[in-house]
Design a protein around this ligand. Structure first.
Ligand SMILES: Cc1cc2nc3c(=O)[nH]c(=O)nc-3n(C[C@H](O)[C@H](O)[C@H](O)COP(=O)(O)OP(=O)(O)OC[C@H]3O[C@@H](n4cnc5c(N)ncnc54)[C@H](O)[C@@H]3O)c2cc1C
Ligand SMILES: *[C@@H]1O[C@H](CO)[C@@H](O)[C@H](O)[C@H]1NC(C)=O
Ligand SMILES: *[C@@H]1O[C@H](CO)[C@@H](O)[C@H](O)[C@H]1NC(C)=O
Ligand SMILES: *[C@@H]1O[C@H](CO)[C@@H](O)[C@H](O)[C@H]1NC(C)=O
Ligand SMILES: *[C@@H]1O[C@H](CO)[C@@H](O)[C@H](O)[C@H]1NC(C)=O
Ligand SMILES: *[C@@H]1O[C@H](CO)[C@@H](O)[C@H](O)[C@H]1NC(C)=O
Ligand SMILES: *[C@@H]1O[C@H](CO)[C@@H](O)[C@H](O)[C@H]1NC(C)=O
Ligand SMILES: *[C@@H]1O[C@H](CO)[C@@H](O)[C@H](O)[C@H]1NC(C)=O
Ligand SMILES: *[C@@H]1O[C@H](CO)[C@@H](O)[C@H](O)[C@H]1NC(C)=O
Ligand SMILES: *[C@@H]1O[C@H](CO)[C@@H](O)[C@H](O)[C@H]1NC(C)=O
Length: 539
């Protein structure tokens, strides 16, 4: 996803907290005392604790907020931020939060679309894993251990440093934190060949609600299943993942071909739907739809950009395209051969020749607040349906909107729906992501744009998956349902849970009930346990 427009939003730190500081001050003091005195590692933990009186509190908080929609003066702020540099700091933060009744939020890369990793309506502690980000690649065995605070860009960089024909099928945006990203599935340009990031995880280390450090063996296969796609923030704090690296050819090909409405974009997008999921698994072609200025003065048009990675050379790609998708009219001049690691930079929108070091940068270019939603498509949308989308794109709010169509098929349809919590496999031809950005800071602007994307979403209902209408948990969307305040209920959570996980939701609830029955790890869209109250009511 690329930013459309960018503006800098100064961190307004006028109102410290929107809830009552006074009532929680006592708990908060006790909590801090527990951390610094009772943690068993008091010598080092004080260096990683920030309260609002520390001068760097606001910059630490701000650094990983990737959606400025959640960094306004009205956004609730944490009472304490802990940036663990050792696993004992995570254990202490969990043990003390539990003892003193504090809620925690866990943040790795901070990309959560709804800010769930750093916002809460109740007083909370932010555990920010930014300093736990080692990546150790074992090129001989094609594996790596990566800590949660590492970005996927760092992972790609460290792999390429060791061996240019090894890679990993993770996300396109390089600043994503692997803690949240892998927890929700994680897809990128190689999903048709290798599936999701979560499909390529072979071990993990997790700190559970009791402060214990568990690995795959000690956590058991149910919990290991749940953390690979069940969404972050429900089961414990992932400390590190062990991933299986995949083979990538030494030369790959990329292209981006754009066509607007005057250049048959409607027909091409329509046709793409029949082709994209059936192509050879080495070929990935996504579509980026935006509203752009037309060549006719003062008019707007829709632009469809066909954006592709082929795991091979131009000479093999061209005949393949000629056979499967000749309508696009792909020319040799449109294609660029690169190494796989350079293709990562290409998809991130960096200019050709940019140093690979940009993969180590954690700062996202998005300066604008945004709202996004997702859908899954099982039957091609007729041209008339597409034209209705174009119509909505001509509204003023859509100036900085985009729709991304990501093809499935290949490996994605071979993996069973229940193999991981991520259920959108065979039968899905592509995923839609809708995003709208805006520039203005005031709430009226955000209301207008959010209302636009909701109208578009309701327009799309007849064309997308139904009963349940699917959604991608990594594209967190609180519109589809939330847990209530206080105790969460299974019945209520099932509304959004079935959309993200289909029938896997019940197994997630079952795992949650075993590993965190008191629901310590909770947020607006965390997996609820079956509460004893719920069982008693005999439902
Ligand atoms: C600009 C942008 C581009 C994106 N591109 C892609 C893409 O190409 N492919 C794709 O699949 N997705 C993409 N996403 C979505 C992304 O995968 C999710 O937002 C993902 O959850 C981000 O992980 P994070 O660690 O950066 O986020 P965070 O906000 O830190 O975490 C997300 C969730 O996971 C929880 N969590 C974080 N760390 C841990 C941990 N260590 N243990 C337990 N829970 C944890 C958080 O509490 C939160 O609920 C994109 C998002 C953005 C904003
Ligand atoms: C989509 O296309 C628009 C307009 O060409 C461009 O600005 C944007 O960067 C593209 N986004 C992605 C994710 O490819
Ligand atoms: C924050 O301030 C307290 C009190 O001044 C201090 O003890 C602590 O070390 C500071 N934390 C950091 C991370 O600087
Ligand atoms: C305390 O933290 C330091 C690093 O900050 C680490 O080296 C040490 O092993 C930790 N001690 C315990 C008891 O966990
Ligand atoms: C947290 O609690 C667990 C046991 O539940 C214990 O093993 C661990 O040492 C504790 N850690 C700290 C830092 O308090
Ligand atoms: C690499 O794999 C082999 C065989 O599976 C194993 O014996 C060895 O310990 C592994 N090496 C490392 C460093 O994990
Ligand atoms: C690099 O990885 C490939 C597998 O993709 C392997 O065949 C090759 O031997 C490795 N090269 C080196 C130098 O380790
Ligand atoms: C649009 O498609 C028609 C055939 O359907 C073709 O004749 C025409 O050349 C195409 N236009 C462009 C600009 O590609
Ligand atoms: C699009 O057109 C408007 C006026 O019609 C102009 O203000 C704007 O700069 C143009 N945008 C681009 C990207 O050319
Ligand atoms: C939540 O449930 C527990 C026991 O199941 C009960 O003690 C508590 O009062 C409930 N809290 C709320 C806010 O309903």
């Amino acid at each position: 996803m690329k930013p459309v427009g960018s503006s800098v939003f100064p961190f307004a730190f006028a109102l410290l907290l929107s809830f009552s500081w006074a009532t929680s001050a006592h708990t908060h003091e006790n909590f801090l005392q527990c951390l610094t005195l009772g943690s068993g590692n008091s010598s080092t933990i004080s260096e990683v604790i920030y309260t609002p009186s520390n001068s760097s509190y606001s910059s630490v908080l701000q650094f990983s907020i990737q959606n400025p929609r959640f960094s306004t003066p009205a956004t609730p702020k944490p009472l304490v931020i802990v940036t663990p540099s050792h696993v004992s700091h995570i254990q202490a933060a969990i043990n003390c939060s539990r003892t003193h009744g504090m809620q925690v939020r866990v943040r790795s890369g901070g990309h959560d679309y709804e800010g769930l990793s750093y916002v809460s309506d109740v007083p909370f502690v932010l555990i920010d894993l930014i300093d736990l980000r080692s990546v150790s690649v074992d090129a001989k065995n094609s594996t790596a251990w990566v800590q949660s605070g590492a970005t996927i860009g760092e992972v790609y960089y460290r792999i390429a440093e060791k061996n240019r024909t090894l890679g990993f099928p993770g996300g396109i945006a390089t600043t994503l934190g692997v803690g949240g990203h892998f927890s929700g599935g994680g897809y990128g340009t190689m999903l048709r060949k290798y599936g999701l990031a979560a499909d390529n995880i072979i071990d993990a280390q997790l700190v559970d609600v009791k402060g214990r450090i568990l690995d795959r063996g000690s956590m058991g296969e149910d919990l290991f299943w749940a953390i690979r796609g069940g969404g972050g923030g429900s089961f414990g704090i992932i400390l590190a993942w062990k991933i299986k690296l995949v083979h990538v050819p030494s030369t790959v090909t990329v292209f981006t071909v754009s066509r607007n409405l005057e250049q048959n974009a409607t027909k091409l997008v329509h046709r793409w739907q029949y082709v994209a999921a059936k192509l050879h698994e080495d070929l990935f072609i996504r579509v980026n739809l935006t509203s752009v200025n037309s060549s006719q003065e003062g008019k707007r048009t829709i632009q469809a950009s066909f954006n592709s990675l082929y795991l091979g050379r131009i000479d093999k790609l061209l005949p393949m395209m000629q056979q499967s998708f000749p309508e696009l009219g792909l020319m040799r001049e449109d294609c660029i051969e690169k190494s796989w690691i350079e293709s990562i930079l290409y998809f991130e929108g960096f200019p050709s020749g940019e140093s690979l070091n940009v993969l180590l940068k954690r700062t996202l270019l998005i300066g604008a607040p945004f709202k996004a939603k997702s859908d899954y498509v099982q039957e091609p949308i007729p041209e008339l349906g597409l034209e209705g989308i174009w119509k909505r794109f001509s509204e003023k709010e859509a100036e900085s909107a985009l729709i991304l169509l990501t093809p499935y098929g290949g490996r994605m349809s071979e993996i069973a729906e229940s193999a991981t919590p991520f259920p959108h496999r065979a039968g899905t031809i592509y995923k839609i992501q809708y995003v709208v950005y805006w520039e203005e800071e005031e709430t009226a602007a955000s209301k207008r744009h959010i209302s636009w994307i909701r109208r578009l979403y309701s327009y799309m209902a007849p064309y997308v998956s139904k009963s349940p209408r699917g959604a991608y948990v990594n594209y967190r969307d609180l519109d589809i349902g939330t847990n209530g305040k206080g105790n969460t209920s299974y019945r209520r959570a099932r509304i959004w849970g079935n959309k993200y996980f289909k029938s896997n939701f019940d197994r997630l609830v079952h795992v949650k009930t075993v590993v965190d029955p008191a629901n310590f790890f909770k947020n607006k869209q965390s997996i609820p346990p079956f509460s004893s109250g719920w069982k008693k009511r005999g439902a």
